[in-house]
Design a protein around this ligand. Sequence first.
Ligand code: CP3
Length: 348
Amino acid sequence: MPKNDLLIRSLLRQPVERTPVWMMRQAGRYLPEYRKVREQAGDFLSLCMNPELACEVTMQPLDRYRFDAAILFSDILTIPHAMGLGLHFVEGEGPKFHHPVRHSEDIKALPVPDPEDDLGYVCDAVRLIHKTLDGRVPLIGFSGSPWTLACYMVEGGSSRDFRKVKGLLYEQPQLMHELLEKLTNAVSAYLNAQISAGVEVVMVFDTWGGVLSAEDYQHFSLNYTARIAEKVPQEIPSVLFTKGGGQWLEAMADSGFDGLGLDWTTSITSARHRVGDKVALQGNMDPLTLYASPVVIEQRVERVLRQFGHGSGHVFNLGHGILPDIDPAHVEAMVEAVHKISPQFHRE
Ligand code: CP3
């Protein structure tokens, strides 16, 4: 158990002295020291594949700020890359695949990667980070949800309207289920390998769950992420983040995760009423708040803490990842505000 176990206790809704804080994309381009190491690695993917450098950038935000968690430096698209899709990043356009999957033959031919063989660089990075952290704070491992991975794999990259992946879903639902089934097995094996290598919390990113209709969200996303939660060992807290998923909180709270990530469009007050004692909540300050002045940031941190209210079960975070041109001093203002203001919400 890490010395600072605030994150773990909060996710299990046990009492804490103050609200833990970490930030999605906390290791990234807004930090000059990250940009330096990325340059040294050559590109983002080479950085992910080099355990020493991945460990170095994982630690960078912890050396600067009083965060209560480390998150493995990697990407959700390592699984499709290991399945042979050929991941690469085009400057200004984001991720792309050389071999998107569109047809029955493509999907049937996809292998389910063996994490230690095909994603050994991730397992090695986890082992090294775990050792380097030496119990300072918990290490979060992660994966994309099957649906979100399928979006990138079928579209061949980012998409504005998801026409190809939705085309597959509507025209050939059985084939879509076949792809999601394979991805569910791959994600489960991958998260469990990360756990064996030393991660203490796992998070599933369903970044594109929110683009589905309510019924399709249940059938094509939540049913699969729930199976992943089921295979996570009981003692490892798990979090599901569905961007744009605020309207489905009750269903998500029943899906077997210990915590739910909230984007900034959902009121954390009403979210807490709706999920009751079933799950903890993580979020949900608008990442764009960090463009405001430190004084405004502190007021907004106070507002999120007050909106959650008194008691345990809250992990302070942004509602989505930090943007690359944020001033690092503004992150400091956010973290320090949580340290300063949150203890009053945990006194008897
Ligand atoms: O949170 C962390 O600090 C851990 C590392 C992490 C990264 N990606 C590093 C990264 C995590 C947890 C992710 C998850 C991820 N990756 C998601 C789900 C979370 C979310 O943002 O919704 C998604 C959808 C991806 C896919 C992905 N990777 C995209 C769309 C991009 C391009 C983004 C951009 O702004 O160009 C990436 C690249 C990426 N992943 C970067 C980082 C730090 C930027 C890489 C760089 O240029 O240095």
